[in-house]
Design a protein around this ligand. Structure first.
Ligand SMILES: Nc1nc2c(c(=O)[nH]1)N[C@H]1C(S)=C(S)[C@@H](COP(=O)(O)OP(=O)(O)OC[C@H]3O[C@@H](n4cnc5c(=O)[nH]c(N)nc54)[C@H](O)[C@@H]3O)O[C@H]1N2
Ligand SMILES: Nc1nc2c(c(=O)[nH]1)N[C@H]1C(S)=C(S)[C@@H](COP(=O)(O)OP(=O)(O)OC[C@H]3O[C@@H](n4cnc5c(=O)[nH]c(N)nc54)[C@H](O)[C@@H]3O)O[C@H]1N2
Ligand SMILES: [Mo]
Length: 555
């Protein structure tokens, strides 16, 4: 997030898109509700009637994949009506002219024709966001323009044009100057408890700790030197889906999976299974014998989060201490110890000598000290400074108090904020006569991902014991489905059978199925071929399907 969670409650206008905030980020959703109760306006742009729409001033309900038209048309309206922040654009941005041209033809009427959303609603959303208009009450900021914030999650990024969509949200914030101030910004709500920390410390195929590019030789060699090596590999590695493709082609021979369950969470599971079975060596390090571990040659038992110490970095970039409350059971050990032991063996085998004591960390505090040395944005962070509130990066020196929000006063890390003109790209897996509906997948409140943990919890399992698909009454009627009865969902990759929940949470033409259920794995249905060209994320949010009644008599 560019801004902090605590600032949300003081916003004048909140735009949420592609985030089921109340179910996926309940704590953050309380801040949104608090802001709305104080008079903030709330715009929700989401194909589903998610719980947050109950609080919304405006709910725009595009079909999955169609939202790009809304964002382009909002920009068009903001420019046309003179709601753009020209001073901000002049002083702090570049490429505005190219951007202005790119939205010149996407009028709200064009967007309305493409999406079915009334042009007036798009115009209203543009006004509320650009001017930070409240429903009621006074802004605490007292500026001529109210403060508007954008929050988004997987409905924006798990798309074959996810990078375009993120650029487009950033364009809206630059256009209106709704960034670099309190209660503004572009705020991706991150997923797992420590996904932010994993990315910060280099858990991505193209960067070293602190987002230093592997292709930047001086930076790479500086990190290598700290690790007692002359250099590190400078090629960009593979992303998850690319790894599965490479394994399928025999170009990846061994895979070490840690804390992931691709046999349920990756797209096109039939292909995932084929690829995993082709590997010469599959190692799985997990706290449970999950579906992927069941295919592994070697399973390494890891300790769970309540059984170890270290840090988690949350979605507002806050590094927080983790303390064990129970000891790890049996032979399991914290992940860092297992990795350290394996790495030492590898160094021995390769005859590689490094700086003294390498891999022999006495404590996790020592790991953080090393992280601070090689990660400029973590430069001033140490365990000693973390008890209590933790620290938000960038935090470059031991005296630095941490950073509440980024790009203060329009000062961007690259200098000027750059507009990225984007076009319309629709989902790769388009409906046709055989597959006329769009399946969108995601989460429900009571379960977490592939269910290894939550489906073992008695209370959660009692609340939501089995899978279901959300289906609109019109689509259910077309194939004779009953509420609570069985439905078969068929895509170009495969089919699953589950329970039908019929209602108006989804509009006609859209089906929702979460990927928590191994009995009806959503990812049997999803496609893995067209990825976002930059982020390489698969399109989990829009796949063509048809519904069948499994009990219907064949003619
Ligand atoms: N209870 C629970 N909470 C979780 C998780 C969990 O498994 N369970 N997982 C965590 C993780 S790792 C993550 S990444 C986050 C994910 O958090 P979210 O992204 O909020 O979760 P999803 O269910 O994937 O919701 C995506 C939202 O996008 C909408 N959507 C679908 N298609 C489109 C589209 O074309 N355009 C737009 N604009 N929106 C669309 C969906 O209707 C839904 O509201 O949740 C985290 N929190
Ligand atoms: N169709 C569809 N597919 C999706 C998504 C979607 O919206 N739709 N969302 C995608 C997203 S955003 C995400 S984040 C992924 C999630 O996909 P995964 O990360 O594959 O799913 P999890 O069930 O969270 O798997 C985590 C594994 O880590 C184990 N684990 C838990 N704690 C620890 C630990 O401390 N150490 C170790 N070693 N293991 C541990 C758990 O037992 C589990 O097996 O799914 C993606 N897949
Ligand atoms: Mo995620």
């Amino acid at each position: 997030m560019t801004n902090s969670i605590r600032e949300i409650r003081d916003a004048d206008c909140i735009l949420i898109t592609g985030s089921n905030t109340a179910e996926s980020h309940p704590v953050i959703s309380y801040e949104v509700v608090r802001a709305v109760k104080k008079g903030a306006s709330l715009i929700v742009i989401d194909p589903r009637r998610v719980p947050m729409t109950d609080h919304a001033t405006l709910h725009l309900q595009p079909k999955p994949g169609d939202d790009i038209y809304i964002f382009l048309a909002m920009a068009h309206v903001i420019i046309r009506e003179g709601w753009a922040n020209l001073d901000f654009i002049e002083q702090h941005t570049e490429e505005f002219e190219a951007f202005r041209e790119s939205v010149a033809e996407i009028t709200p009427e064009v967007a309305a024709l493409a999406t079915g959303i009334p042009a007036e609603d798009i115009e209203k959303a543009a006004r509320l966001y650009a001017l930070g208009e409240r429903n009621s009450g006074e802004s605490i900021y007292g500026d001529a323009r109210g403060h508007s914030t954008i929050m988004y999650a997987m409905g924006i990024t798990q798309r074959s044009n996810g990078t375009d969509l993120v650029h487009m949200l950033a364009n809206l914030s630059l256009l209106t100057g709704q960034i670099g101030k309190l209660s503004t910004g572009v705020n991706p709500l991150r997923g797992q408890s420590n996904v932010q920390g994993a990315c910060d410390l280099g858990g991505l195929p193209d960067v070293l700790p602190g987002y230093q590019k592997v292709t930047d030789a001086p930076k790479r060699q500086a990190v290598a030197a700290a690790w007692g090596l002359a250099d590190l590999p400078g090629e960009i590695g593979l992303t998850v889906v690319e790894m599965m493709h490479a394994a399928g082609e025999g170009n990846v021979r061994a895979l070490y999976v840690m804390g992931e369950n691709p046999m349920l969470s990756d797209p096109n599971l039939t292909h995932v299974e084929e690829s995993l079975r082709k590997l010469d060596l599959l190692i799985v390090q997990d706290i449970f014998l999950n579906e992927t571990a069941q295919l592994a040659h070697v399973v390494l038992p890891a300790a769970a989060s309540l059984e170890k110490d270290g840090t988690f970095t949350n979605t507002e970039r806050r590094v927080q201490l983790l303390r064990p409350i129970v000891p790890p059971p049996g032979e399991s050990r914290p992940d860092w110890q297992i990795i350290g032991l394996i790495a030492q063996k590898l160094d021995e085998r390769l005859g590689r000598s490094r700086v003294a004591g390498y891999w022999q960390y006495p404590t996790t505090a020592a790991i953080m000290d090393e992280a601070a040395r090689v990660t400029p944005i973590y430069g001033g962070i140490s365990h000693a400074r973390l008890p209590g509130e933790g620290l938000c990066w960038p935090c470059s020196t031991p005296e630095h108090p941490g950073t509440k929000f980024l790009h203060r006063d329009g000062n961007f890390s690259r200098g000027r904020g750059r507009f990225f003109p984007v076009g319309v790209i629709l989902p790769a897996d388009q409906p046709d006569d055989d597959f006329p509906l769009i399946l969108t997948t995601g989460r429900v409140l009571y379960h977490y991902h592939t269910g290894t943990m939550t489906r073992r919890s008695e209370g959660l399992d009692w609340r939501e014991p089995r899978g279901y698909a959300e289906i609109n009454p019109a689509d259910a009627e077309a194939v004779g489905l009953k509420d609570g009865g069985q439905v078969r969902i068929v895509s170009r990759r495969g089919q699953v059978r589950t329970q039908a929940r019929i209602g108006d949470k989804v509009p006609p033409g859209v089906v929702f199925l979460s990927f928590h259920w191994k009995e009806a794995p959503a990812n049997i249905l999803t496609q893995d071929h067209t990825l976002d060209p930059i982020a390489k994320i698969p399109e989990y949010k829009a796949n063509a399907v048809r519904l069948e009644n499994p009990l219907a008599r064949k003619e």
